[in-house]
Design a protein around this ligand. Structure first.
Ligand code: F3S
Length: 64
């Protein structure tokens, strides 16, 4: 599964990193670090929780 973080939409809610700290990282200001890549199978459930938890809809998941 591929995850894409649109940092232009991120407002620093930090819910993604709270739910999936192995997938999402925050910068020094608390905004999501740009990420566009594959997620390890064991992290997919947490990654999807992060997608749904973001109030800005800044993260999308692409299952293949
Ligand atoms: Fe940003 Fe959404 Fe995470 S606003 S810090 S991508 S929960």
């Amino acid at each position: 599964m591929r995850i894409m973080v649109d940092t232009n939409k991120c407002s620093g809610h930090a819910r993604c990193a709270a739910l999936a700290p192995h997938v999402y990282a925050l910068d020094d200001q608390g905004y999501a670090v740009p990420f566009d890549g594959e997620v390890a199978p064991e992290d997919e459930k947490a990654a999807v929780a992060g997608v749904h938890a973001c109030p800005e809809r800044a993260i999308t998941a692409d299952r293949r």
